[in-house]
Design a protein around this ligand. Sequence first.
Ligand code: 1GP
Length: 241
Amino acid sequence: MIYESFTQNQKKLALLIDPDKHNENSLHAISESAQKEGVDFIFVGGSLVTSSTSNTINIIKQSYKGPVILFPGNASQVSANADAILFLSLISGRNAEFLIGNHVLSAPVIKNAGLESIPTGYILIDCGKTTSVEYMSNTRPIPYNKPDIAVATALAGELLGLRAIYLEGGSGANTFVNPEIITRVKKACSIPIIVGGGIRTPETLQQIYESGADIAVVGTIIEKQPNLLSEMMAVTKRITL
Ligand code: 1GP
């Protein structure tokens, strides 16, 4: 089970691949480099995806041999080609479509495909600009400087039985999730904490881990500067030692 690797006492790096941001060549290149650098997971998805998630995963799997996990913006991105799915409940929002609607649509597909489901509380934190996820999900993020609200939300997720918390700044965010929020949520909860959005430098990645993230997610910066992946992995391995 992939989830078991979330709970090991070891920091992990996930590379986010948005199918719409790649062509076949760039997908091959990024997957090869993920394999070479030993990236722990590839997440596939986006707030709005028009390309085929299944084709994207097929290409990734030609080079990358680690777990490919769906990180879907909605039910249309579910693909049997993945190894697992972050079955996301957008618990910072109050939009029923992202709390249960998309789940109803995708549950039979997930079940029939035998996909491992990792029920995850997805918490959007305001990181300085309106992000695609905020707009597409029609939900408001938790204010950057309100850790009490983030903690209460994460705890509600854990008590509801969710098995991971994802603190999201939004792809291409101006800044990353408030480290105080990461620390407080990590202390309050006993499930793994995933953090993504706006992580652009190895120093930031280190700070995210030191604040308490178990898994960090990088997307945009690796599309722009693929060479940074090896430094990001070096931070991940060093901090775990
Ligand atoms: C995954 O949204 C992030 O949670 C990815 O964000 O593209 O800013 O790295 P970046």
